[in-house]
Design a protein. Sequence first.
Length: 353
Amino acid sequence: MAAFYTRPAPAPRSRAGARKREFDGRRYVLETALRGDFALVRTARADRCGNLVYRRGSRNFNPAMATAARVTIAEVEDVVEPGAIDPEAVVTPGISVDLVVACEHPLDAAAVRALSRRWGRKWDLEARQRADGPQGIPPDLMVRRVARLLRPGEYVNLGLGLPTLLSSALDPAQNVTLPSENGMLRFGPLAGEPASDDDVHCYNASGYLVSQHAGASYFDSTSAFAMARSGRVTTTVLGGFQVSRDGDLANVPATGLGGIGGAMDLAAGVARIVVVMFHQTRDGVSKLVERCTYPLNAVRCVRTVATDLALIDVAPESFVLREVAPGVSVDEVRRATAAPLAVAPDVCEMAFG
C-alpha cells in the first residue's frame, strides 16, 4: 500500500501541502506509507518455518510491524519444530519472518514478580498538595466520578496515566466493557503479582497487569484502533496536559518528550471524549486554558473534563462548571482556571457512590 486517506484528529490544522479530501462530510488527509529496513518483534513461540504465536496482550503492534519492514527479526521465547504449532494458532506466517532468535531471558511470572518488588506500582493516590490554593481530591476519587459518567453497556477505552485507574473503579453492575489499545477486550481491575506465566501477558495499554473477565478476547493494536475509529467504542477516557476552551486536547508536554501514543487515533473516532487530569500543574499553572500551548493531539474533541477540583463540560462559548470537589468553592475553581468559566445554575458537590 503506497498511501491511504486517514482522519487524523487535528485535521483542520494539519501540515501545509498535505493532500486532503472529504468523505461523507468529514475531512481526511493523504498519508504515504512508511517502510522500515528492520522490524524487531517479540513473541512467545515460533517454529523453524518462522510461524509466530503470541500470548494474550503481547500481540500489540508486533503482527503489523512484522509486515512493515524489509527484514523481520523475531525474538522468541520458545522455538519448536515444524508441526508443533497448531496452524490455526499462527498469527504471523513465516513468509513475513526472516530470522528467529531464541530469547535468553524469557518473561515469566517469577521475573515479573521480581520487577514488581523492585519497582512497585508508581501511582500516587494521595491528593495533590499545594502551597496555596484549593486542596483537591485524590486520583482514586477522580476516576470514581468519571465512572459515574459512563452509561450501562458502553464500550470504553482507557488512555495512559490516570485513566488506567478507572478499570478498578467500575461497578460490575454497569456492564461496561473495556477494550485496550494493545489488543484485549473485556479486561478488569488492576491485578497484583502474576500467579502464572499467562498472567504476565494480561496487561493494559499502560503495561500494568489487569484481570481478565469471562468472554475476553485478544487481537492486535490495528484491530483495537479500528474499533475506536469505527465508532464501536462509545467513550474514550484520556489524560491530558492541557484542554482549551474549544475542547482542543494536548497530552504531550511542550518538551516533545514522551509520545502521542494512541490518543490521536482515539480522538479521531466518534466516541465521547472525557479527560481526567489534575486541574493545575505542581507549580500551580492551570491546565484548562484559553488556547493550548502544547502540541495538539486533537481539536474540538473534548466533551467533559474531570479534575481534582471540579467536573467541567466544554460548551461553545466557555467551560461550564457542573460540580465542585468536596471542600472546594466555585471561586477557587474559577481562580484555578485560565479560561472563561461559566457556572451552571444547578452546580453541586461531587458524589462518588
